[in-house]
Design a protein around this ligand. Structure first.
Ligand code: FMN
Length: 190
């Protein structure tokens, strides 16, 4: 097995000078991603046929890339391929990407690994606060599209876990996330 474990790995996908959190599906049939239309990632993959899955633990980077653009200095080209990866990644998997199926909402993209590299030797225990930032952020990207009040309740729940279990980076990530939600704050309790 390569760097991406089986099931869905939450990574920061880079395409041409663009970064966004994306889930990479690893199944016996191979690697794939579902890219919702309207994102830069979907547009770039359809045009250029590649995507780099950056393995990142930084919760702040997940929130920033979900909502904002990163400066060009955050990217470095992978030697020989020339594809952009994040300079701060713990590791990366460079993939050729082919659109296998299209629906009105999304592109189903099949990924073939072209190269991968581990860049750090860090050993990180689970932190529920860090995991909860990822949960709250994925719900927030959907909430901003459909304003479903149930999603806002889930965000509130995960924000509580971040406040209880997170360290300074998780709390800063939550502060950034709140800035992107209407009203600018997530209630203390559900
Ligand atoms: C943890 C996480 C996982 C996500 N997974 C996906 C995904 O698999 N497919 C997708 O299209 N969007 C996914 N999103 C939402 C995109 O990151 C979001 O729409 C982003 O704004 C797209 O940025 P872009 O326009 O720069 O591509 C995810 C968000 C988070 C926080």
């Amino acid at each position: 097995m390569g760097l991406l474990g089986s099931g869905i790995s939450e990574v920061i996908a880079t395409t041409r000078l663009n970064a966004a959190p994306i889930g990479i599906h690893a199944r016996p049939a191979g690697l794939s991603a579902v890219l919702f239309r309207g994102s830069h990632t979907a547009e770039n993959v359809a045009k250029e046929g590649w995507l780099v899955a950056n393995v990142v633990q930084d919760p702040i980077l997940f929130v920033r890339t979900a909502f904002d653009d990163l400066p060009a200095s955050s990217f470095v080209p992978i030697p020989e391929l020339g594809w952009d990866r994040l300079s701060g990644a713990d590791g990366y998997v460079a993939c050729a990407a082919e659109v296998a199926r299209e629906t009105p909402e999304a592109l189903l993209v099949r990924l073939s690994v072209v190269g991968e590299e581990v860049l750090t030797s860090r050993c990180l225990p689970f932190n529920r606060g860090r995991c909860a930032v990822i949960e709250a952020t994925v719900h927030a990207t959907r909430f901003l599209r459909n304003r479903d009040p149930w999603l806002f309740r889930l965000i509130t729940h995960h924000a509580q876990v971040v406040r209880r279990c997170g360290g300074p980076d998780e709390l800063e990530a939550l502060r950034l996330l709140e800035q992107h939600l209407e009203g600018g704050s997530i209630p203390e309790s559900e």
